[in-house]
Write a protein that binds this ligand. Sequence first.
Ligand code: C2E
Ligand code: CA
Ligand code: CA
Length: 763
Amino acid sequence: MSVAQTSLLTVDEKSKSPFRRRLALLRPLAQPTTVFGLALIGLLWICVAQLVWTERMSLQRSSEQDTANIALVVEQNVERTSSELDRILKFLRETYESNGYKADWPKLVQEKFTIDDQTVQIAVIDKTGMMITSTAMLYPRKPINLSDREHFQVHVHSKRDFLFISKPVFGRASHKWSVQFTRRFNNADGSFAGVLVISLDPRLLAKAYSTLKLGPGSGIVLLGDDGVIRAGSGIYADALGSRYVGPEPTKSLRNTAGTKVISVGEPGGRGRIIASRRVAGYPLTVIVTADNSAKTASERHKELIYFVAAGTFSLAILFAIVTIAYRRHRFEMEIIKLARHDYLTGLSNRLHFSEILDSSFALAQEGGNFALHVIDLDGFKSINDTYGHPIGDCLLLAVAQRLQANLRKTDVLARLGGDEFAIIQVLTTDENDAALLAARMCEVIAQPFQIGRLNLNISASIGIALGVSDADTMADLLRVADLALYTAKEGGRATFRFFSQDMNEKVVARRDLESGLAKALERGELQLFYQPIVSVASNEVVGYEALLRWRHPERGLVSPAEFIPIAEQTGLIIPIGEWIFGQACADLAKCPEDRTVSVNCAPIQFKSENLVPSVKRALAASGLQGSRLRIEITESTLMQNDGATLAKLDELRALGIGVSIDDFGTGFSCLGYLQRYPIDCIKIDRAFVLNLVNGRSGTSIVRAIIALACGLEMSTIAEGVETEDQLRELAEMGCTHVQGFLFGKPRPASEILPRREGMMNAA
Ligand code: C2E
Ligand code: CA
Ligand code: CA
């Protein structure tokens, strides 16, 4: 993570609560794939739930069906058994009746019947309740009184003929449980003669159970209409004779036609299914209770497999969601990083830097003061031009590394573009911190750079603005830091400046000048002054230099030194320059023909295709001969070093126009151009003339320039000649022309330009 990122994080994170910070970790998940994945998981679980529900329901239905089937089988079995027993009773009675209402009971009861005699006993009771005979004891040795038995009492007290099925009774003789199926038999006159009894082992009634696999916890009950259990098996094996207690009232079970099924507990889950069926034609109801546990257990196992499968699948989807989301997030972060970082140095770019700067203001609210350093490399362009862009790039990278190496972790370095860098420095004490850092940065950049085999020297100018005290918005802070940088550059480069309020005032004044200058031409506020140029040999005026003046409506006369640079930077010098040519030619056309006019021409004017046509127009309009016009260009125009400049100079020369080099020796002199370009005259700068008398260095430079011009057959004009001493010395050196206050200050045309003879008359 770069320093910039760390700091941005610090800034961002500080303003967040720990909870929000944790929440922010989940932000990458907020994506359509996440929603889709979660929906998929939801759907999966809905399907699993549906499947489980359906299977439970089908299990329930099949269990219910099974239980109902068992109830049906048991009911049919009971019905068959009951009807068989009843048939035996009726057979015994019919045999007795057809025999004239008497019978040899011991013999009769021994007949072979279909019913197994192990489980069935037949007995005959007389009308007093004494047992006549029984298959278990054909001739009772002592009298057995059964008059208290229910099955006897029921028939004594009723005149009706019906089959009675008793509650289970524990046999006094047999010591076994039995249920009695009984019918009365009558005498010939229809009076009560006794009771025929078939005792049945209740196990026989429920014997179907053993062949049907109901499973543990299940059971079968044969219930009488009185609610007492006649026979039972499974869990009801020991419930003989007791009252049945079930989830439904016994009465309702008894009254239902067909099979009634009740489920207790959760459907398809642990619980019981109770199926009841009325035994057709008998006062009995079959109740089958099936415990689902066993079936449910295997079902549960299956469900568990479903859940584990669905869970595994869900986890896989979740894993995919998280992987996709975080991969995408990383990708997005990478894109964001690329969009916010400089490809060459890897530092934050202007966009990212602005964001960090913006959040630095937020931190500053909490007292975190900071300084903004705007760094510009001096002379980088010429290194780029001289050695090419690859070397320039290597140098920029090396500069970035050197700057970064000298920063603390809390400081942020960015490349704003080209050779412009910026630092946000967190101030721990006061602005002295910023001065120390800037001085260190100037120093480290001033150390030579070894790029391949090249040893390159460069310097840095730094503008510093202090967060919040100098500006309270990001844009303002950048602007004032730029102003400070501009001042540092003006102040000789390789240094730093803090922003101060007067820089702002200068900018405001400059902006006023800019807008005023744009209108000055059309408002007629511009005027040309002329300063005489004198021949040393004849001591006579041979020409004039046209010098521009601006009569500012509020400020009065503004110096060209102040507004010409603005006109050059804004491009206004092009229309103004055209006007100057027109005005100077028109003014000079009225002067005696032996006078020339010199017009200053800025480098940028040579970039305009309009220069030569506008000069031609000026000459044509005024009727001035080309040989009476001179243009003054500076060394920097020649340093533009392109074919177009040379072509324009040739075209001007072809019109007879002379070319002078202005301010010679003050720029980057490269004497080669004196040979390459068609130049007539060298103007020796005032700075050298000023040092003529009192300093030896001035003398030798002026001498050298004059000798050079002489050798190249060029004339010389010494500027700024103010004293007779200067004039004498220049004359001795062989200077051909002079110009300066000694001969006259620049004045308006009307005050200084002489009129031609004819013109005077015309006037
Ligand atoms: P420059 O071309 O070197 O003009 C000579 C400057 O020296 C003029 O200043 C002039 O007034 C001043 N000067 C002449 N003799 C003496 C002297 O004896 N002592 C002192 N102290 N100064 C003297 P000015 O008129 O203020 O012009 C300043 C500069 O503005 C010019 O320097 C020239 O570079 C630029 N400039 C003036 N007029 C024009 C123009 O029409 N076009 C362009 N492109 N630049 C112009
Ligand atoms: Ca000049
Ligand atoms: Ca000059």
